[in-house]
Design a protein around this ligand. Sequence first.
Ligand code: RP5
Length: 166
Amino acid sequence: MHTAPLVLLMMGSDTDLPIMQEAVGILRKFDIPYEMRISSAHRSPARTMALASEAAGRGVKIIIAGAGMAAHLAGVVASKTILPVIGVPMPGGALNGVDALYATVQMPAGIPVATMAIGKAGAKNAGLFAVQILALSEPKLARSLLNYRAEMDKELEQKDAELQLR
Ligand code: RP5
């Protein structure tokens, strides 16, 4: 049986896929059903808007949108839905992601986009932020997130202990 996606991951181009895989890795780790779509605010605007406006009706709870350069994807998606939209600026191009960061984060008042860091860190955090939102109404997920944090803490402690032995 196909599980309905809770998170819709959108990206402006297939060239964004290697970065967006970081978000996918997190969603898989926490067992969150997701769907990935390539759709561009500029190159396929009608399809992008349809995907955004139909998402809530399909049971999607959160949209993650990654795009580079003049990155309007997250903003356009946010304009067509009241689901929370998490934006991930892609690196690359002449400005290496700073253009995408500004384009994604500088939304006019009224249509928010929760913007993450540029690139892999941002994509990973987008996945985690989506899990955190879902955990508000899912105690099991909240426990998994606390375990994830505890693991990170333990890993660093281990690295520190190794450093002391050098
Ligand atoms: C954006 O333009 C995409 O999100 C991508 O990051 C960037 C470049 O796209 P390609 O020319 O690599 O397809 O729309």
